[in-house]
Design a protein around this ligand. Structure first.
Ligand code: SAM
Length: 364
């Protein structure tokens, strides 16, 4: 059965799916899920991420992890975890940069949270000669918790399923995905996935406006925060999104071959994402006792971590063509009209370290 047929059958049996159910099934169905069946990254795929643009991104995050380890007092063991490691490029670049800090790799155990068997194979390949062989997990819950945690998540939270609610004259209605013959269509769901008390009173919000909720992002960040409080350590979350309370707007989008497509038109063949609500993530992390740093713009974080100096050092050994590539990558990663401002970085920490490399002081 194709994914479309499977979705239509479920809709026939149970009624319209929530957007979250549609997104989760489409991305992670064990047989047909988008991430399960392919490597979607790079020019030949559907989208390109920061670590695939330049080695500088992973290297600087590796140095961020190294500084965090130093600031934690050089513990004898740390769990270096990554959520959704894609092709493993970020982790490979990070570990290479971390070699320069004596004692760090001997203390480091690498843990990768990845649901895709295809991408796990890419990660194994990228890390095949790594001094820290990785351990794979289906979820964060399986990473051991008896040593400090240093966690990286780049473009992971945008893949977590969102619910959408539309403001109507009769109050909030949940947006659903129905089936019209062999075509998926937008509709309203009779039953709401959220308790009414979780939705704002809405009278100040214009008719037709959409509110998005991502309960799995909230649960994940609460889990990270609780671990940081209990185990010690820090997390760095980077993604595209916003930092506004009760932000309204439809950010659900689908990318196929580097172009936006209708999110319902080709289930399982396009990447589905939504903007990350950093305001909510910060609130959830604080509620679990973590300190929150930022969010700050990705460009500002990379500048503070020394991307200009790293680019200059790479240029010294580069051909003119390579120098051009370095300049173009630097611009893409940091410039305000490219990834520099749309992408935000937020750090979380337990009681230690007091400060986080590259980030502003903790917010109240
Ligand atoms: C957009 S890619 C980002 C890849 C990588 N971080 C990078 O920057 O290149 C999302 C990654 O998260 C993984 N992923 C998506 N949903 C997941 C889930 N629910 N649990 C674990 N991994 C997931 C995907 O398989 C993929 O590795």
């Amino acid at each position: 059965v194709s994914l479309l047929a499977h979705l239509c059958q479920r809709i026939g049996d149970q009624g319209p799916l929530s957007v979250a159910d549609y997104m989760a099934t489409t991305l992670t169905h064990p047989e047909h899920g988008y991430y399960v069946t392919r490597d979607p990254l790079g020019a030949a795929g559907d989208f390109t991420t920061a670590p695939e643009i330049s080695q500088m991104f992973g290297e600087l995050l590796g140095l961020w992890a190294a500084q965090t380890w130093l600031d934690l007092g050089q513990p004898a063991r740390i769990y270096l975890a990554e959520l959704g490691p894609g092709r493993g490029t970020l982790m490979a670049d990070a570990l290479r940069a971390m070699r320069s800090v004596p004692g760090l790799l001997a203390a480091t155990q690498v843990h990768l949270v990845e649901i895709s068997p295809t991408l796990r194979r890419c990660q194994a390949q990228a890390l095949s000669d790594s001094p820290c062989p990785p351990h794979w997990h289906e979820s964060l819950a399986h990473i051991p918790n008896d040593a400090p945690l240093i966690l990286l998540a780049n473009e992971f939270f945008d893949a977590l399923p969102i619910h959408q609610f539309v403001r109507t004259a009769d109050g909030w209605r949940e947006r659903g995905v129905g089936c019209d013959g062999q075509r998926l269509v937008w509709c309203e769901r009779a039953a709401s996935s959220l308790h009414p008390s979780q939705l704002p009173d809405g009278t100040a919000i214009a008719l037709g406006k959409i509110l998005e909720f991502c309960p799995s992002a909230s649960a994940c960040v609460a889990d990270i925060a609780a671990r940081l409080v209990q185990q010690g350590g820090a997390a760095l979350i980077i993604d595209y999104g916003h930092n506004v309370a009760d932000a309204v707007g439809d950010t659900f989008q689908a990318l196929r071959a580097h172009r936006f497509v209708d999110p319902l038109s080709t289930p399982g063949q396009a990447d589905l994402t939504a903007h990350v609500n950093f305001h909510t993530l910060a609130r959830d992390a604080k509620a679990s006792g973590a300190r929150v740093f930022g969010p700050t713009a990705q460009g500002a974080l990379l500048q503070a971590l020394g991307i200009e100096q790293r680019a200059a050092s790479l240029r010294r050994k580069a051909t003119p063509a390579q120098s051009e590539q370095i300049d173009s990558a630097l611009r893409r990663l940091t410039h305000a009209d490219q990834m520099g401002r749309l992408f935000l970085a937020m750090a979380l920490a337990g009681r230690q370290p007091a400060a986080i490399a590259g980030m502003p002081p903790p917010s109240e």
